[in-house]
Design a protein. Structure first.
Length: 372
């Protein structure tokens, strides 16, 4: 059984039954685009404080894990929404190869452009602003590109730059999550091939529960488990996937959203890791926002990814140019606006042209009639 959530439910058909995520979700009128742009902008604002002022908002300080940053919550929300969307994409396409092709086109071209532009253009400029010869970043700049080209960030500095911001040795500290994002894409493909998204879908909640228990055991220091970040992102991503798979059973209610918010607040205040206990409430809030918030505007373009990958080096440049002297709020406003410009260029010059190749036939496929 494949969940058909891609078909909007009319008001007439949904009026006689309880409101669920499935009945309320309309693929042509939802808040996903604006939510993701808002989350990317929030990450950019948080990182602006970290880069230029050495501060960012946190929730609760537990000596076992340390604080949960506001940016962490935004990234968690990204993974919940990605799990929802990507699982929908896999079920709609029905082909692991086509699904992975779509995912690669969405994430890799702009990422590679960001690496190259950072190493070739921004790093020399950063080095110049720090009082060193701009060409001193070579040949390390080329090493930065090829070492990180497979999404795993092995090197965060380009020739030692930057070294005079509050995040020394990090030219773009936002890119590290993309590796985990793509591994989650692979996880969905593996689960799909194994049937856990269709005929064995009932086992998905059990998988999420096991991950949550392991994460909580590790957070409490009862067991030393490796791959903390991988477990974190798998958990949040699969919560979003379960939201899609069980959308017909998830009620959409303001009371449930308030309960989820309270659960998250308590988790942040009293737990070393809010996710294992309050992650379900957090995921519910994210999915509730998709259908309940009045942000149902799709401009036909998506700036969220470009905002996410380009904001950090822009903030580094602004810091070295002395813009932080204007104060926190002016700095953040200028940084986000410039990041939005970079995101627009990324979308129209890189991301949109790359996505135009989504339907390109594979070498082993028969070409469509009329294209021979």
């Amino acid at each position: 059984m494949v969940l058909d959530i891609a078909r909007p439910v009319t008001a007439k058909s949904g009026s006689s039954r309880a409101r669920t995520l499935k009945s309320e979700f309309n693929p042509k009128a939802n808040s996903l685009t604006m939510l993701r742009l808002g989350l990317a902008s929030l990450v950019a604002m948080v990182h602006a404080g970290a880069v230029a002022f050495g501060e960012q908002p946190t929730f609760g300080v537990d000596p076992r894990l340390g604080p949960t940053h506001l940016g962490d919550l935004a990234v968690d929300a990204f993974f919940v929404l990605s799990g929802f969307l990507v699982t929908m994409s896999y079920l709609r396409l029905g082909s692991p190869a086509r699904y992975l092709w779509h995912r690669a086109l969405r994430i890799l071209p702009a990422f590679w452009v960001c690496l190259i532009f950072t190493a070739v253009v921004l790093a020399p400029l950063i080095t110049l602003l720090e009082g060193r010869p701009p060409l001193s970043v070579y040949p390390q700049a080329f090493s930065y590109i090829w070492k990180n080209a497979a999404l795993h960030m092995f090197d965060f500095s380009v020739g030692g730059a930057p070294h005079t911001t509050f995040t020394p040795g990090v030219v773009n500290g936002a890119l590290w999550t993309l590796y985990y994002e793509f591994v989650c894409y692979l996880l969905i493909a593996a689960l799909g091939v194994a049937g856990f998204l269709t005929r064995r879908v009932r086992w998905m909640p059990a998988l999420v529960i096991v991950l949550g228990v392991l994460n909580e055991v590790a957070a409490l220091g009862l067991l030393d488990l490796p791959a903390q970040q991988m477990r974190r992102f798998f958990f949040m991503f699969l919560l979003g996937a379960c939201g899609l798979l069980f959308a017909h059973r998830i009620p959409i209610s303001g009371r449930w959203a308030l309960a989820g918010l309270l659960l998250v607040a308590l988790g942040l205040a009293f737990l070393p890791d809010y996710r294992p206990v309050a992650g379900v409430g957090f995921a519910y809030l994210c999915l509730w926002a998709v259908v309940a918030l009045p942000l149902r505007w799709d401009p036909g373009f998506d700036l969220s990814y470009g905002m996410y990958i380009f904001h950090w080096p822009i903030e580094t440049l602004l810091t070295l140019l002395g813009v932080a002297a204007l104060g926190v709020v002016p700095f953040i406003v200028i940084a986000v606006l410039l990041a939005a410009v970079a995101a627009a260029l990324s979308w129209f010059l890189v991301e949109k042209p790359a996505l135009a190749h989504k339907s390109r036939p594979f070498p082993w496929e028969e070409p469509a009639i009329g294209t021979r």
